[in-house]
Design a protein around this ligand. Structure first.
Ligand SMILES: [Zn+2]
Ligand SMILES: [Zn+2]
Length: 359
């Protein structure tokens, strides 16, 4: 199959968005309309606000279209120890922070919503004002996704006494790579069931006093929004003419079903990236499945000359360079693509699952 032929891929549209943003309803520094305006200027198409333990943004009517940006409001839940931060969407109620994580993770599902584990493997220990907030509830069957790349978490974690000035002045360049252990865990989870991988920015735009030396607004929203994006694929068109509740369902459906990929905007607009698999009868994009037949192949389209690595059941098995590459299959299991540009991580696809051929 050629990528240029009329193929089912053309039925999909791509929209890039920002997930995990705080507003003045918790510890962010700007109101939602101002944050949405910044996103609109940067060609973001959807923006998911997640304030700590509150849905005020939704309750007070701030969901909707702001120019070309669709704003949805979820909530970042935590437990009594301030661990197990969970981004929950498509729900109308919040939870008492004294509730154990087992309960709120399950309850989000029961309410018809879905949830994403925030900054799962956070382990910084050198910033007394900002302790780590790792995830501990790995055996739950009820979470739907995981932040494979969290901008704020990576930035804070890499901060040392020696590089802090460089990192403050070059925030985007200091976002380098998702954590290896998070990616490995994500692959392992997907060998059992589908768990979507998304990118989070955790934007607050807050003022921080650095060791008492100087104050600076770390990661203004404008800067954060030019780092990690989550791109969804959908057959439906999203325009400001679409009722915002219908439009949000479309965005949520793509994310919870892992029909999405993650990119770092610093290396270029990844909107045209595609990863799909096909055989004589079936076709699948990220988040989908198809039969493992001898002729089942994987196809990758990259917006720029770059290196694509095929990851099979958590192992990197092959790398090719170009703008359009394809790979043969190695058997039933889960496959995803990592794209690097000049060796630096740029794009991460979700998995496609190959099912054993029926006897
Ligand atoms: Zn958090
Ligand atoms: Zn957060």
């Amino acid at each position: 199959m050629s990528l240029n032929e009329q193929n089912p891929l053309n039925e999909y549209r791509q929209y890039s968005g920002i997930i995990h943003v705080h507003s003045v309803f918790s510890d962010g520094s700007r109101p939602i309309p101002e944050i949405a305006q910044i996103a609109n200027e940067l060609n973001v198409r959807f923006l998911l606000i997640t304030d700590h333990n509150t849905l005020r943004g939704k309750e007070e009517g701030f969901e909707g279209w702001y120019g070309n940006v669709l704003v949805g409001v979820g909530v970042e839940i935590n437990d009594a120890k301030d661990q197990n931060h969970y981004l929950a969407f498509d729900i109308d109620e919040t939870f008492d922070p004294s509730l154990p994580a087992e309960q709120y993770v399950k309850r989000v599902r029961e309410l018809g919503g879905f949830g994403i584990i925030a900054h799962p493997d956070e382990c910084r220990n050198h910033l007394p004002d900002y302790p780590p907030y790792p995830w501990t509830l790995w055996d739950s069957e009820y979470f739907d996704g995981i932040e494979i790349w969290n901008q704020m978490s990576e930035w804070m974690e890499g901060l040392t006494h020696f590089n802090k000035y460089w990192r403050v002045w070059h925030p985007r360049r200091s976002i380098v790579t998702p954590k290896k252990e998070t990616l490995a865990r994500w692959d392992q989870l997907n060998m059992k069931r589908k768990v979507a991988g998304v990118g989070g920015v955790d934007a607050h735009g807050y003022l921080h006093r650095f060791w008492g030396f100087f104050s600076i607004r770390i990661f203004r929203y404008k800067v954060s929004f030019r780092t990690i994006r989550t791109h969804i694929l959908t057959r439906e068109e999203l325009t400001p003419d679409t009722d915002h509740r219908v439009a949000l369902k479309i965005v949520y459906d793509a994310i919870r079903n892992a029909r999405c990929f993650v990119s770092h905007v610093y290396f270029g607009d990844a909107g045209d990236f595609r990863f799909f698999a096909a055989n004589d009868k079936e076709f699948a994009v990220m988040g989908e499945r198809l039969s493992c037949l001898p002729e089942t192949r994987f196809y990758v389209r990259i917006p720029d000359e770059a290196e694509a690595s095929l990851i099979y059941n958590g192992q990197k098995i092959e790398q090719k360079t170009g703008r359009e590459v394809s790979f043969r299959n190695r058997g039933a299991g889960i496959y995803r693509i990592e794209v690097t540009k000049d060796g630096r991580p740029w794009i991460f696809s979700n998995h496609i699952r190959l099912l054993p051929e029926e006897q």
